[in-house]
Design a protein around this ligand. Structure first.
Ligand SMILES: *Cc1c(COP(=O)(O)O)cnc(C)c1O
Length: 398
């Protein structure tokens, strides 16, 4: 009898289970609010990307409901044919204003932005230079490109300079060079030295593309992102990419920059051209999120005051919190087993924060990754600090 051609599906899955590398899905019943129901248990959410609590903001919810009433639940098409509604256009206009860019283009997701745009910005005869710890969606975008590829050591501008100089020496004929980096790296919460990266790129006539998924709504003036944080201009960083799925609390991706960039991007990116556009409630909720960020400064301020308080408490307790400069605070404990035990203890105490273990981080750098949320009250932050302290002591980690 012929062998079952789908046999590998089960064996490869079972391999992952054996190594404890499979994903166990946690289920939220109800909204992603600070106190939420995870697998039936009431816990304090400490690992969502919903930095500002906007996913449950009344203005976003009302905007989505109203848009269903006025525009329906689907757009009916891809953007270039019949799927561009006034809501999409207004969202792009308002986002560009918020980002202080000439223009913005909204994609379905951040992933599809990177996967669709990167291979167009650099192709045959070009070079892409990428930080070694860039996000998987950048890696896939780079793989889809026919450009030559080079990687520089994480956050290391000297190494970037070296790669750029070598590129000039060995192949003076690259048409274009594109330097790509995450703005904030999500495993450690560290920031790319974007000012120095931009300077290095400029010295070699290269473009800079920053993926600010974890910086928008968090860094810079009123949450305008890492370009604002470093006081850089469009002349320094030509391509600013972001997502609506994190601090903006909804879903979607975007690229912001010059009008030329946006005209180029929407005429060429296949993920934008060939995939259905956002349903009206999504576009309307994203639009409301931009509006909330412009009008209600308190969310970003509270995010940072909670972050400072939590980081100080964790290092006072004696945890290794790495070198984070953002509301992502890793609690580094070493072995995978310890991180899993800590996560379990925290859950028992009512705090939901997942372990991040090899292969996502080095074998001896397993951690609990916490992400602060502006929607937490002072009491909630106090509660979380107490839970970490008790769990850390019980497991002899501090
Ligand atoms: C989350 C994330 C993305 C993907 O964004 P989505 O809009 O959720 O698809 C891309 N890049 C980075 C750095 C991210 O953290």
């Amino acid at each position: 009898m012929a062998r079952d051609p789908t046999h590998f599906l089960r064996t490869e899955y079972e391999d992952l289970v054996r190594q404890d590398l499979d994903w166990k899905m946690r289920v939220l019943s109800g909204p992603s609010t600070p106190w939420c129901q995870v697998d039936g248990k009431k816990v304090l959410m400490f690992c969502s990307n919903n930095y500002l609590g906007l996913s449950n903001h009344p203005r976003l919810k009302e905007a989505a409901i109203e848009a269903i009433r006025t525009h329906g639940v689907g757009s009916g098409s891809v953007r270039p044919i019949a799927g561009t509604m006034d809501l999409h256009v207004e969202l792009e206009r308002r986002l560009a204003r918020f980002k202080r860019a000439e223009a913005s283009l909204v994609f379905q997701t951040g992933f599809s932005t990177n996967a669709g745009l990167i291979p167009q910005l650099a192709g045959d005869g070009d070079l892409i230079v990428s930080d070694e710890l860039n996000h998987g969606s950048i890696i896939d975008g780079v793989r889809l490109s026919k450009a030559d590829k080079a990687v520089y050591q994480h956050g290391n501008v000297e190494d970037l300079e070296h790669v750029l100089a070598e590129a000039e020496e060995h192949r003076p004929s690259f048409r274009r060079i594109l330097v790509i980096t995450d703005g904030v790296f999500s495993m450690d919460g560290d920031m790319a030295p974007l000012d120095r990266i931009a300077r290095a790129a400029k010295g070699h006539g290269a473009m800079v593309y920053v993926d600010d998924a974890h910086g928008e709504g968090v860094l810079g003036e009123g949450g305008r992102g890492i370009v604002s944080h470093f006081h850089l201009s469009r002349d320094d960083v030509q391509v600013e990419m972001g997502t609506f799925s994190k601090a903006f609390g909804v879903v979607g991706g975007h690229v912001s920059g010059s009008k030329d960039l946006v005209n180029f991007a929407f005429n060429k990116s296949r993920t934008w051209l060939l995939s259905g556009s956002h349903p009206p409630p999504v576009a309307a909720a994203c639009l409301a999120a931009v509006d909330v960020l412009e009008k209600e400064e308190e969310h970003v301020k509270r995010l940072w005051s909670h972050t400072r308080r939590f980081k100080k408490a964790m290092s006072d307790v004696g945890f290794d919190i790495g070198k984070s400069e953002t509301p992502i605070t890793p609690i580094i404990v070493g072995e995978s087993r310890k991180a899993k035990e800590l996560s379990q203890k925290l859950l028992e105490q009512g705090v939901f924060a997942l372990p991040i273990v090899f292969p996502m981080v080095a074998k001896d750098k397993a951690r609990i990754r916490t992400i602060m949320n502006a929607a937490l009250s002072e009491d909630d932050v106090h509660f979380a600090i107490g839970a970490f302290e008790r769990a850390g002591k019980e497991l002899h980690l501090v």
